[in-house]
Design a protein around this ligand. Structure first.
Ligand code: FAD
Length: 473
């Protein structure tokens, strides 16, 4: 079912927005525009090219030192050195992707980084295991012993024992991240095991520094150490110092908790100097509320309104233990928020016409974009998919924005298994003639987001014009 936003006279003066400071309400005549200094952003292609160049450099380092030989032990050793160097480099890349460097986060997007990290992590683990097996075979062939005796001998060397322990830690990280296991362990458990990857990287570094490829060349040892030091500094800075500095500078506290629906609340957080954060609509923060057991975890939530008057607002659906506790947050509670993160911002836009598609609680970033994306009458359209009208949240605000900006707003209601799919290619084309000329922003549950992406592609929207954010990594 589709409901057009109406010119409901009850919305005059935007009572729907009255619960928020007057300055948070959209301006009456001109569409709201945001003006933020442009933060640096690295493009996905740029990052891939840089990392690919680094991998080529590692292969060149190996190639410069390799001594050609047809002996079995030398062949094993040569292959072991290549896989070892690439594994060491891969561990560094995995850490860099998760270092929360703003230019990478804002250019690539946290969900895409997490996907690259997940996929890359599997390759790194494979390289580590291949290195281990090849080195073992090489040693056994060289000494003429069996594999078990070779393993016992090798573990007698400190650097090799360190590498074996590092590999074991990476295997633990890999196992808890496997799809079948990940869904069964608590997020906090998964995260705690994941932190072991730092120890694994340190152990691998110690191993590599005494290994033949690095220790054999002063230049190689220096470059390797600099690469590790750079990644370590970036991690310390962006995951340690910056969050601490933000906490001290902005002094965030809960201002208000407001019920939006049966399972949904909005939390307004107030602080000092929040414009300095340069948070853009469409982005998210990781929030740690210092109340009860909520302090233990930092949960990602998108901004559901633009930053104004030193307030940030999120809208949260209760789906688990932590999100249920958020409903009981008390005004005055201290908040630690790190961010902003995410790349689904106005920066991605390339077309005049924009279609926003939200599913369920995926409305939160869309609500902020709906208000702020620059555009004239008819340029911006929001499709909001939900099972039924009772599940719609922020509805009055959305209608007030649609009316003020003369933007399109359609509620697409009905169960996902209904015979009529409002997000099917033809249904979308009927709703929006000229759809292929739109930029599309999309946020919703994974199933819906995948189906909508496929439908948009079939309806002629090029993949590079579909910008989406996933709420699950
Ligand atoms: C970028 C992003 C933006 C989001 N924005 C919103 C939003 O605006 N509104 C909203 O209601 N929800 C949003 N979510 C989803 C929200 O973060 C999860 O619903 C919440 O973390 C679940 O916590 P829980 O303990 O209540 O549920 P659980 O049942 O413990 O977890 C449910 C799911 O959330 C994941 N999860 C739990 N804790 C974390 C964590 N600390 N970090 C990452 N994932 C976690 C779990 O792995 C699981 O897949 C967003 C998620 C992401 C990744």
């Amino acid at each position: 079912m589709t409901i057009e936003a109406t010119d409901d006279p009850r919305l005059a003066g935007h009572p729907a927005l009255a619960a928020y400071p007057a300055t948070q309400q959209p301006k009456k005549q001109a569409p709201a525009r945001i003006s933020v200094p442009e933060p640096a952003r690295l493009s996905p292609h740029g990052l891939k090219a840089t990392l690919g160049g680094g991998a080529a450099g590692v292969v060149a380092l190996w190639g410069a030192q390799v001594r050609p030989s047809a002996r079995l032990d030398a062949l094993f050793a040569t292959a072991a050195h290549l896989t070892g160097l690439l594994a060491g480099y891969g561990v560094l890349v995995m850490l860099l992707l998760m270092a929360r460097v703003p230019a990478i986060e804002h250019g690539i997007g946290a969900d895409r980084l997490a996907r690259w990290h997940g996929r890359g992590g599997r390759h790194v683990l494979t390289l580590c295991l291949a290195h281990m097996v090849l080195a073992l075979c090489g040693y056994a062939a060289h000494t003429g012993t069996d594999l078990l005796s070779a393993a016992r001998d090798l573990l007698g060397y400190g650097a090799i024992a360190a590498a074996a322990l590092g590999t074991a830690l990476l295997v633990a990280v890999g196992v808890t991240s496997a799809r079948a296991v990940r869904g069964r362990v608590r997020h906090e458990t998964w995260r705690a095991v994941h932190l072991l990857a730092y120890s694994a990287a340190a152990l691998a570094f110690a191993h590599q520094l005494v290994g033949p490829d690095i220790a054999g060349s002063v230049l190689a040892a220096w470059v390797w150490a600099m690469l590790h030091a750079t990644v370590a500094v970036l991690l310390l800075w962006y995951r340690g110092v910056v969050p601490l500095r933000q906490a001290l500078r902005h002094s965030l506290r809960v201002l208000d908790v407001r019920r939006e629906g049966p399972d949904v609340v909005s939390v307004v957080v107030q602080g000092i100097g929040l414009a300095e954060l340069r948070a853009e609509p469409g982005q998210f923060f990781r929030w740690r509320f210092l109340q009860g057991r909520l302090w233990r975890t930092a949960l990602p939530f998108s901004l559901s309104a633009p930053v104004r008057d030193d307030t940030l607002r999120i809208t949260v659906k209760a789906i688990g233990d932590h999100t249920r506790r958020i409903r009981r947050l008390k005004p005055g509670t201290r908040v630690l928020a790190t961010g902003p993160f995410g790349a689904m911002t106005a920066h991605r836009r390339t077309r005049r016409k924009v279609l926003l598609i939200a599913g369920g609680v995926g409305i939160t970033p869309m609500r902020a974009l709906f208000e702020t994306l620059p555009g004239g009458p008819g340029d911006i359209t929001l499709l909001y998919r939900a099972n039924n009208a009772a599940q719609l949240v922020l509805r009055e605000e959305l209608e007030a924005i649609a009316r003020t900006r003369q933007a399109g707003l359609h509620y697409l209601l009905g169960p996902s298994d209904a015979s009529f799919d409002p997000l099917a290619p033809q249904a979308l084309r009927n709703l929006l003639p000229g759809l292929a000329e739109y930029d599309v922003y999309l946020c919703g549950p994974p199933g819906m987001a995948d189906a909508a992406t496929a439908a948009l592609t079939r309806a002629g929207v090029p993949a590079e014009h579909i910008h989406s954010e996933s709420f699950s990594y």
